[in-house]
Design a protein around this ligand. Sequence first.
Ligand SMILES: [Mg+2]
Length: 229
Amino acid sequence: MTLQTLCFDADDTLWHDDSLFDFTHRRFHELMAAYASPDHLEARLQAAEERNLHLYGYGVKGFTLSMIETALEVMHADAPVSMIGEILAAGRAMLGLPVRLLEGVSTTLRTLSEQYRLVLISRGELLNQEQKLASSGLGDLFEAVEIVSSKDRATYARLFARYGEAGTSAMIGNSLQADVLPAIEAGGWGVHIPYASRWSPESEASGDHDRFVRLSGMAELPAWLLSLN
Ligand SMILES: [Mg+2]
């Protein structure tokens, strides 16, 4: 059994992403400290993000709009213009930060690109993801970059067919729900590499399937691929 196409998630699989959002969350809490308790603010922000997800999709710009919406909500639409400016600045700062690759990613992908077809599959905003890929230095290693609005069985079935066939394709990512399980449902292999600071065994149901594996880091991927042969 030799796989031919390796598809990679981007955020928190190739580079750090959640930690940026954590940082901006803290900044938002600082800005709003006088107007809402942390719990109330967080609940309102989360509700706004969920409400807007189908309109804005995943990414920094949608997150920024949801922060502004939350500020207007908790300040009863009396948010000063300067506050809106501060929130916009906090969001914009996220877009300009340098990409920090996860450990083992650069070396591993460079090695694997000599033998496998690499495809990047990410949700999020096209421009932002392209900029991150360019500044990551990994851009040349991927045969294709697919920015999708949802990661479900149909998406993976379509993309596996586009770049090979499902049975010889794998999706590698930090999210069981978005990256791994729907890829397996589509007939491919699923490789779960949890993002260290977020994942606990209880946080997500364990995958249990012939075409599933969980690795603790990207550097373990080549050995697992060899073990399939
Ligand atoms: Mg991810």
